[in-house]
Structure formats: structure tokens, C-alpha cells
Design a protein around this ligand. Structure first.
Ligand code: COA
Length: 265
């Protein structure tokens, strides 16, 4: 499959291959730790992804054979003021909300350590696939801090309060099998199958109505948004879809016993 490099970045790679965008955090010497420059480039990559028409999905992964992302870059933490550190957390949270709110499926391919900000990045994605080397943890308390990019909130969403509090307070790492059993990982596959598995899931979702997929993501996010009533969002989204030609196509295709050809309008 021919891949097109989108633009030159220093800390990430962004490629578009057919209708999938792949964002690779590319600082393998630092286990892909998220420094400020990397977060800025992720934001720019999201601009490009949001502006790309006809995209079916996004894959997020890490360079090298050791880490997905081993956390925020600890070397940038020393000497931060209260205001600067709060702003750092708010900016990181906003960036990860943008990932969570993309209208196409976002799949984290976890090829190694997903610690701290790396665990938080993976959790902002809609689906997580890991290799047997995947390891998750929120080790921030080892540094006397806490997760700042949504970790205290999303870990509870995925694995429940009791398990989440244990991981958040002990800083323990869990392996791929444990993450799978807890529901943090959707699948565990061999390293060489990692990207292919994600592409297969995106291709499957890509055969469905794109407006319906976007609505599913919006409604699922609404469940965790205190400012929204998820059931009301669902009813509104359900109704909204009936203005689309995709509904006519989807229902006609079923009745005519053929595959639907959705246009996303
Ligand atoms: N921030 C900055 N640099 C990091 C980093 C991070 N979060 N995680 C790893 N690195 C750097 C190391 O400093 C080292 O750089 P160096 O070669 O210039 O010294 C390099 O990546 C390789 O890491 P190293 O610790 O030598 O690898 P390891 O196999 O011995 O250990 C980990 C791997 C993941 C267990 C270990 O790197 C670690 O604990 N990282 C920090 C995890 C963390 O606390 N994340 C949350 C941050 S808020």
C-alpha cells in the first residue's frame, strides 16, 4: 500500500494511505515522550486530519519497538509555576478532546509502553489494539504529580473506579492480557498484525453510513459529558439522520437485498 507523507514534522509522522491517516509519535530515543513541541505537532496533524474529506479512520501509534508513548516529557516539568502547569494540563486535555471528538474512528495501536500521557492518549482514542508488549500505567504519583491529560477521568470510564484508583495510587503497570481482561484493550495481536488489524476494523466501519458513525461517536461521548443528556442527544441524532439520503440508501439496500453504497450526505 502506497503511503503519502503529509508534511514534514520533527516529532511525529503523519501519513495518508488511501482513506486512513496514521499519526506516529516519533521520538523513539525518548520512548516517544510527549514534549510541548510534539503536542503542538499533534495539534497541527489534527488540523490536517479534520480538513481531509473522505477519511475513514485514524491510527495513532508510536515509533520503534519499545514504546507507544512513555508519558509526558518529564524533563519539561521542573520549575513550572502553578499557572503554567494548570495551563499545560488544560491544553493537553483540549488536545485529547479533539481526538475523542473526531467524527471517524480513531484506533490506538499500542506497541509497547503506554504510560502517563501515553495511557491518556490511548484512552482518548475510540478503540485500542495492543501487542503482547503493550504495558499501561499512570505512574505520575511516582513523581509527586497526578495525570493531567484526562487520566483520572477516562481510566475510571474504561475499567471502573476501584481498579482505576488502585492503578492511579500504586502507579502499577499492567500487561496486555490484564488490559484486555479489564476492557482497556479491545484486542491483542502480534506486532506484525497490529496496523493491519486496525486497518481492517476501520475498513469494516467504513462500509457503514458515515453520518451514523459520527453520530455514534457524538452520543457515546455525550454519556461522559455532564453538560449533555445522552438520551436526548441520541434522540436528536437519530432524528437528524432522517434528513440524510444515506437513510434512504441504507433502508432501500436492505429491502432490495444489496449492499448499501453510502455517500455521507
Ligand atoms: N519523559 C522524558 N524522557 C523519557 C520519558 C519521559 N516520560 N520516558 C523515557 N524517557 C527517556 C529516558 O530518560 C531515556 O533517555 P536517555 O537515553 O536520554 O537517558 C530514554 O527515554 C529511554 O528510557 P529508559 O528509562 O532508559 O528506558 P528503560 O527501558 O530503562 O525504562 C520506562 C522504560 C518506560 C520504564 C522508563 O523510561 C520510565 O519509567 N519512564 C517514565 C514513565 C513515566 O513516569 N511517565 C509518566 C510521565 S508524567
Amino acid at each position: 500500500m502506497r503511503k503519502k507523507l503529509y508534511m514534514a514534522f520533527e516529532n511525529i509522522l503523519l501519513t495518508f494511505s488511501e482513506d486512513i491517516a496514521t499519526l506516529t509519535i516519533n521520538r523513539p530515543d525518548k520512548l516517544n515522550a510527549l514534549n510541548q513541541a510534539t503536542l503542538k505537532e499533534i495539534s497541527e496533524a489534527l488540523d490536517a486530519i479534520e480538513q481531509t474529506q473522505g477519511l475513514k479512520g485514524v491510527i495513532v501509534t508510536g515509533s520503534g519497538d519499545k514504546a507507544f508513548v512513555a508519558g509526558a516529557d518529564i524533563s519539561e516539568f521542573q520549575g513550572l509555576s502553578v499557572d503554567a502547569s494548570e495551563e499545560l494540563a488544560r491544553n493537553g486535555q483540549q488536545l485529547f478532546f479533539r481526538i475523542e471528538r473526531l467524527s471517524v474512528p480513531v484506533i490506538a495501536c499500542v506497541n509497547g509502553f503506554a504510560l502517563g500521557g501515553g495511557c491518556e492518549l490511548a484512552m482518548a482514542c475510540h478503540i485500542r489494539i495492543g501487542t503482547e508488549k503493550a504495558k499501561f500505567g499512570q505512574p505520575e504519583v511516582n513523581l509527586g504529580i497526578i495525570p493531567g491529560y484526562g487520566g483520572t477521568q477516562r481510566l475510571i470510564q474504561y475499567i471502573g473506579k476501584g481498579k482505576a484508583l488502585e492503578l492511579l495510587m500504586t502507579a502499577d503497570m499492567i500487561d496486555a492480557t490484564t488490559a484486555l481482561n479489564l476492557g482497556l484493550l479491545n484486542h491483542v495481536v502480534a506486532q506484525e498484525e497490529l496496523l493491519e488489524k486496525a486497518a481492517t476494523i476501520i475498513a469494516k466501519i467504513g462500509t457503514k453510513g458515515p453520518l451514523a458513525i459520527a453520530a455514534v461517536i457524538r452520543c457515546a461521548n455525550a454519556f461522559f459529558d455532564e453538560t449533555k443528556d445522552g438520551f436526548s442527544e441520541e434522540a436528536k441524532a437519530f432524528g437528524g439522520l432522517f434528513t440524510s439520503t444515506d437513510v434512504i440508501e441504507g433502508t432501500s439496500a436492505f429491502l432490495e437485498k444489496r449492499k448499501a453504497n453510502f455517500k455521507g450526505v
